[in-house]
Write a protein that binds this ligand. Structure first.
Ligand SMILES: [Cu+2]
Length: 369
């Protein structure tokens, strides 16, 4: 009988039995970090044109913002600030959550960020069909809450590794008095932390909702009622015979303020621009006539160019071989830059080669007197 008994031996070299419980929460943390890494890669990949289409993407939320188009148009008019802000937060969250650096702070920032995004795009997500990618943010907020309360960042993390290293250097135990505490372990109880977390997230939601409701649309954007006589502006898009580039003409023009009817005659060939939201904004009625038919959303199948003035929240699309007409109430005198946002470059990369961004071709100035 004794022969069948296993010989007394040293404990089996099994992994730490508490591995699961201590590591699961940090695996969750790494998972969320991976989501942010994917977002960061999207931003960094030039094919996605995150930087150059930032304004038009922001504007595409204008018609579905619950509080009105003010915030979307404000963001579109300050693309550099907001594009960098979102890129930096995305980068920080990816690094902090993946590597476990400043985990707790990252959870707070991540939750507040999600709350603001959620609030400012609430209409686009929950009230109108064809929601945006912010629909998952309530889930992110819940995950951050779990990470905060569960003490994520205490294993599989750079913070933890650095702390262990420091303890070894000083030849003290991690728990020794005077030992540098875990960078993001605090004396605050998880319960109090959770209260801060919830309060901060609710405040962020409130700020987000406040912004969409409080910011008025800029003067000169979509507004009501004609004022004074109507002016007509005729633009055409043709291929310049000298270099083969499509070209708006005139690219620089002057109009009196008031009600202006634009006609764009596009002689260029249509092309398929699948990622185009092609949402008409900033015109009277938020639509444009394509060959006489009104559209609020233009088909991305045969777009050739667009005409956008970020400072007026104006964006219209011109299908190839067509006549586009729209009406704008120009209320503020001044100088306004217009751009074509549709990739119409003639080089290898249509997003970045001429005439994209070339003054006199795909960008110019409208002067309102
Ligand atoms: Cu163009």
């Amino acid at each position: 009988m004794s022969a069948t008994v296993n010989p007394p031996s040293e404990p089996a070299p099994r992994s730490n039995p508490s591995w699961g419980s201590t590591h699961v929460i940090d695996l969750l943390r790494i998972g969320v970090g991976a989501v942010w890494l994917v977002n960061l890669i999207f931003i960094a990949d030039p094919q996605n044109r995150y930087w150059t289409t930032f304004s038009s993407t922001a504007l595409s939320f204008a018609p579905t913002s619950i509080g009105g188009p003010g915030l979307a148009e404000y963001v579109a008019a300050h693309p550099l600030f907001f594009a960098w802000g979102i890129a930096l937060i995305t980068g920080y969250l990816a690094i902090a959550l993946l590597l476990g650096v400043t985990t707790r702070i990252a959870c707070f920032i991540g939750s507040f960020f999600s709350a603001v995004l959620l609030a400012t795009q609430f209409g686009s997500t929950f009230l109108f069909p064809g929601g945006t990618d912010v629909g998952a943010h309530p889930l992110y907020i819940v995950i951050y809450a779990v990470l905060v309360v569960g003490g994520a960042g205490q294993s599989l993390s750079l913070d933890h590794w650095l702390r262990t290293l420091l303890a070894q250097r000083r030849k003290v135990r991690l728990t020794a008095p005077g030992m540098v505490p875990h960078p993001w372990t605090t004396a605050i109880s998880p319960r109090t932390l959770f209260v801060y977390f919830v309060a901060g997230t609710l405040i962020s939601l409130g700020v987000g909702f406040g912004l969409v409701v409080a910011l008025p649309p800029p003067a000169g954007g979509a507004s009501t009622g004609p004022s004074g006589p109507t002016t007509y502006v005729n633009l055409s898009i043709s291929i310049n015979p000298l270099n083969g580039w499509p070209q708006y003409s005139p690219a620089n023009f002057t109009v009196p303020s008031g009600e202006v009817v634009f006609t764009i005659t596009d002689h260029d060939a249509p092309m398929n621009f699948t990622p185009c939201p092609c949402l008409v904004t900033g015109t009277v009625g938020s639509d444009e006539l394509v060959n006489g038919t009104p559209f609020h959303v233009v088909s991305s199948d045969n777009v050739a160019h667009s005409f956008g003035i970020p400072n007026l929240g104006l964006n219209v699309y011109s299908p190839g071989q067509s006549v586009v007409q729209f009406e704008v109430d120009l209320l503020t005198p001044g100088s306004f830059e217009w751009f074509c946002f549709v990739p119409c470059g003639t080089g290898a990369d249509a997003y970045s080669t001429p005439p994209m961004g070339v003054a006199g071709y795909m960008t110019g100035t409208m002067t309102v007197t």
